[in-house]
Write a protein that binds this ligand. Structure first.
Ligand code: FPP
Ligand code: MG
Ligand code: MG
Length: 399
């Protein structure tokens, strides 16, 4: 038994829906250009954790038996959502042939006008144990969010010059920077089409804001809060506050606004949507804090991506910022982004010697508790229990 009752098997709850995830995404991604097709689907071959879609589906269930603002009709036009996306058909002008041009890719367009249709089941599936359910739009939201997340990883690996992701060669390493960037753009574009088809303006706005926040977070990290155009971007913020805001932007915004969107698609009351948002925000912050901690404590093989990477990238994350309070000498190194010979090694040693890693864990734990406090306000359900237990896994995760 765990806190919050017996361990709930999330596979039993939402495993069926998650199983379709990769297939549905592949169908949303079909491109007539074989290489673009390969690059944009590349990271989906690996076994991702699919933690974001998992949370979205569980929030869908956990809010389905909570107070509603709007009644969502089961007869909503879900077929429209699954209409195949055209491929290469828009620009194919047959008159080119008459003009003597070879229609190259156009020639194939008769067979490639449409990507495979997405075979989701139109009706919400009721969980027999507690009558909670997931709507098709909420399942699609999980797919959209996983696509946006993966787009950001394609771009991130270019920026970070990473050679590895999910134990595969990174996309930039396999296909080069140009294709990796365009593959990410394509994922974003197709996610946008799918988002438009949810026909929910509030959700469109939330998820579009997420994309902006991802870029803002990455920019905050790039500049590391230092002077820009003669102005200190830190302003009145402390370095730690700046780090937490950056962390919200690059990680927690996606999870929090996805959780809110999942609730909104289910017609939840404002109060319930706020609960979903608060849960997502805090589990997102905890998730990134733990990620920044694992960068110091886990080997690259275990993690499936480079570790010990942040210092080398010039980044001072929570463990370093906490260690700085104990070892003021770190301040100088942080300011110059660990760019002098020996800086990375010295910072590494001081962090391991300090309480920084333990303090980071404790802060993550505080955010996990806030997530639990929020979600506990929802009516009881298996999904609610699963969401509580998930926060505990965030703290214990090794990869
Ligand atoms: C991983 O961080 C990266 C992110 C969470 C977001 C990156 C965002 C961009 C590159 C902006 C562009 C956004 C879109 C939507 C195309 P990390 O480098 O700390 O983690 P890692 O260890 O997994 O590489
Ligand atoms: Mg990276
Ligand atoms: Mg990065």
């Amino acid at each position: 038994e765990k806190k919050g009752g017996p361990v709930v098997d999330t596979k039993e709850l939402v495993g069926e829906d998650l199983k379709d995830l990769k297939n549905n995404i592949r169908n949303l991604l079909g491109s007539g250009h074989p290489m673009l097709d390969t690059v944009s689907k590349y990271y989906f071959q690996a076994d991702g954790k699919h933690i974001r879609p998992l949370i979205i589906l569980l929030i869908a269930q956990a809010t389905s038996n909570a107070p509603k603002k709007v009644a969502v009709s089961v007869k909503d036009n879900y077929e429209e959502m699954d209409r195949p996306i055209s491929v290469l058909s828009d620009f194919y002008i047959p008159t080119l042939e008459n003009a003597g041009h070879s229609p190259d890719s156009g020639a194939k367009s008769s067979t490639l006008t449409e990507a495979g249709s997405v075979n989701s089941i139109y009706l919400p599936k009721i969980n027999p144990t507690d009558q909670t359910y997931i709507l098709p739009t909420q399942r699609r939201l999980g797919e959209i969010v996983e696509m946006i997340h993966t787009a950001s990883l394609l771009h991130d690996d270019v920026i970070d010059r990473a050679d590895k992701r999910r134990n595969l060669l990174s996309a930039n390493e396999s296909f080069g920077n140009k294709m990796a960037v365009l593959g990410g753009d394509f994922l974003l574009a197709r996610a946008s089409v799918a988002l438009a088809r949810l026909k929910n303006h509030e959700v469109t706005e939330l998820i579009s804001t997420v994309i902006a926040n991802l870029v803002e977070g990455e920019f905050m990290q790039l500049r590391n809060g230092q002077v820009e155009n003669g102005k200190n971007r830190n302003g009145s913020m402390t370095t730690f506050e700046y780090y937490m805001e950056k962390t919200y932007m690059k990680t927690a915004s996606l999870i929090s606004k996805s959780c809110r969107s999942s609730a909104v698609l289910g017609g939840a009351s404002d109060e319930v949507s706020d609960i979903a948002y608060t849960y997502g925000k805090n589990i997102g912050l905890a998730f990134q804090l733990v990620d920044d901690m694992l960068d110091f404590t886990v080997s690259s093989d275990e993690f499936g991506k480079p570790t010990g990477a942040d210092l080398k990238l010039g980044l001072a994350t929570a463990p370093v910022l906490f260690a700085w309070e104990e070892y003021p000498a770190l301040g100088k190194l942080i300011k110059r982004n660990f760019d002098q010979p020996g800086d990375v090694e010295m910072a590494w040693e001081l962090v391991l010697k300090s309480q920084g890693l333990e303090q980071t864990r404790r802060l993550a734990q505080i955010h996990c508790q806030r997530a639990i406090d929020a979600i506990s306000q929802l009516p009881e359900s298996m999904a609610r229990t699963a969401l509580i237990q998930l926060t505990e896994k965030v703290l214990d995760r090794k990869k």
